[in-house]
Design a protein around this ligand. Structure first.
Ligand code: PMP
Length: 372
């Protein structure tokens, strides 16, 4: 056996993925983090056409220029961010963008503030870059929203970056504008980077999404097509940063993957320029399911914040065996502690599953786990 590098040994494979591999395929899966919808037809057609036209060569490292121009327009329109095609990189999902940020900017001795709880990849990316994680509490009392005052308390001379994720995986929390603005100011005053993961920006109910890049130059804004356009397997995302930071990020991207998949880039172009009806339909359906799952969990006696975005709820469930009992009864969920210490006594449930399946899953939990 060859000894792996210590940074590789410092992380584990995702427990969530492992769990799916071992559980009953007939179980209702409320563990998964991807939309149950399919890629909209117009996007499929655009991709098929690009293959038929032999548009299957490398694009520029930063990505197809027409796509980057559309991404610039999107940032302006949706986020109030002024950027240009040279400061956009099209990536292999937001996942690659996260990894690039960590590799380009984090090194031994650097402290990185992470919301606790937060998406598993943040911790892994920081550890692979040999950085030190500093958790910032997101409590149920604050509806799991990251607060600027709590961030301020954790800033030291070693603070290199913070990751923001609104709406949040795993809690569905949407940050308040004043906190985003205050953290943006802190990043300028204290010279640290904000890595803003905005992948769930469109999956938001009765709230407005705000981007910190509108208020600070020290921000790398990440986004992608996986959630909004149900394009998970196509692996396509993007980022924008200032000119200097984009150049650093490009070094990692260029020598790792050269460019994102050309066909998926064509699909992404169609996603941005084509009709948005499918997105709107999907978001209304998610909201209907959110209302259902929150109501049913509350009726079962599990305190649940009325998550304002993404497609997760994070009820308080103190029964340590809940996830196991639920899995045995036929409902897959994820223990909250997988996302950080504040996730203890919580369970993440994704409602990226059909309304009928969520109803069935809630019936099973009620009959066989709560009253069982
Ligand atoms: N960020 C968050 C918060 C996520 O939940 C996910 C997917 N689960 C990603 C990034 C990665 O998305 P992708 O690589 O598919 O764009």
């Amino acid at each position: 056996m060859i000894n792996p590098a210590s940074r590789t040994k410092s992380i584990e494979l995702s427990l969530i993925r492992k769990m799916f591999e071992v559980t009953n395929p007939d179980a209702i899966n409320l563990g998964i983090g991807e939309p149950d919808f399919n890629v909209p037809e117009n996007i499929k057609i655009a991709m098929k056409k690009s293959i038929d036209e032999n548009d299957t060569h490398y694009t520029s490292n930063k990505g197809n220029i027409e796509l980057r121009e559309e991404i610039v327009k999107k940032f302006k329109k949706d986020n109030g961010i002024n950027t240009n095609p040279e400061n956009i990189i099209v990536t292999v999902g937001a996942s690659e963008a996260l990894f690039m940020c960590a590799q380009a900017f984090i090194e031994k001795g650097d402290e990185v503030l992470l919301p606790d709880p937060s998406f598993l990849s943040y911790e892994a990316c920081v550890k692979l870059a040999e950085g030190t994680i500093v958790p910032v509490d997101c409590t149920m009392q604050n509806e799991f929203k990251l607060k600027a005052d709590d961030v301020q308390e954790k800033i030291t001379s070693k603070t290199k970056a913070i990751v923001l994720n609104s709406p949040s995986n795993p809690t569905g929390a949407v940050m308040e504008k004043e906190d985003i603005r205050a953290i943006a100011d802190l990043s300028m005053d204290n010279d640290f980077l904000i890595i803003s993961d905005e992948i769930y920006e469109k999956i938001i109910y009765d709230k407005k999404h705000y981007s910190p890049a509108k208020y600070s130059d020290n921000v790398i804004t990440l986004n992608g097509f996986s959630k909004t356009y149900a394009m998970t397997g196509l692996r396509i995302g993007y980022l924008t940063a200032n000119e200097f930071n984009t150049e650093q990020l490009l070094k990692i991207h260029q020598y790792n993957i050269a460019c994102a998949n050309t066909t998926a880039q064509k699909g992404a172009y169609e996603a941005l320029t084509g009709p948005q009806d499918e997105v709107n339909k999907m978001v209304s359906e998610f909201q209907r399911r959110r209302d259902l799952i929150v109501r049913r969990l509350n009726e079962m006696g599990y305190e649940t914040v009325n998550a304002e975005g993404a497609f997760y709820v994070f009820p308080k469930i103190e029964d340590k065996d809940f996830v196991l009992k639920a899995a045995k009864a036929g409902v897959i969920t994820v223990p909250g502690v997988a996302f950080g210490l504040n996730g203890e006594n919580h369970v993440r449930m994704s409602y990226a599953n059909s309304y009928e399946n969520i109803e069935k899953a809630m019936d099973i939990l009620e009959e066989r786990v709560v009253n069982g």
